[in-house]
Ligand binder design. Sequence first.
Ligand SMILES: Nc1ncnc2c1ncn2[C@@H]1O[C@H](COP(=O)(O)OP(=O)(O)OP(=O)(O)O)[C@@H](O)[C@H]1O
Ligand SMILES: [Mg+2]
Length: 231
Amino acid sequence: MIAITDLQKIYRMGDVEVRALDGVTLDIAKGEFLGIMGASGSGKTTLLHMLGLLDIPTSGGIEIDGTDVSLLNDHEKTMFRLYKLGYVFQDYALVPDLTVMENVSLPAMLRKDLTEKQYHDASIDILTKIGMLDRQDHLPRELSGGQQQRVSIARAIVNKPDILFADEPCANLDTENSRMVLDLFKEINEEMQQTIVMVSHEDWHKEYFHRIIRLQDGKVISDGTTGTKAH
Ligand SMILES: Nc1ncnc2c1ncn2[C@@H]1O[C@H](COP(=O)(O)OP(=O)(O)OP(=O)(O)O)[C@@H](O)[C@H]1O
Ligand SMILES: [Mg+2]
């Protein structure tokens, strides 16, 4: 599903060079729930941004579903993101002036191939799934952090992306809400064979992952399957 070869990302700031990613080679299988762990500054977000086509590597290759993504132009990248990838961020990143329903519908609306009824129905399905249908007319600020994160997950999966990327989605949540979010990921992973790549530095999140990559100074220092089974 994702093949990464000798990926490097070097930030140059004046004379200082930061090797945020220093030769990462990795394959991610379809349906895998992969955890990326490692200390602060080890390169987790950088790796996620490269895989999510949100930033460009200095060198190395990324293939997603057989497509060498370095060959895509900007428009093709936008379409690739819209149709194939979903994102969940630490700070939810909901649009403050749009209702829950509008936020969730947004990625589906941006696709030009769905009718209004189709994306409305898809949004209703997903809001029902996350238990937020009764909040569809609320604004993000009227919701708790956990509820906002569930809405952002709904938005991320409304287009049924092949890969869901999440960067510390539980960082601002208490344990109970974190579990709710992780259980939702687990359900999505199991029901839809959804590939999920999630950054975390909470040790207890490990029980949810099928496999864990540990980064240190931009390098993979361990890569192993957990007891949790892929489907
Ligand atoms: N835009 C940038 N310009 C310069 N250096 C950067 C930039 N983004 C990240 N870095 C550097 O790259 C390294 C990796 O950063 P990254 O954000 O990927 O770490 P992280 O593992 O996600 O950390 P955290 O757990 O704190 O989120 C760090 O040394 C960071 O300072
Ligand atoms: Mg980070």
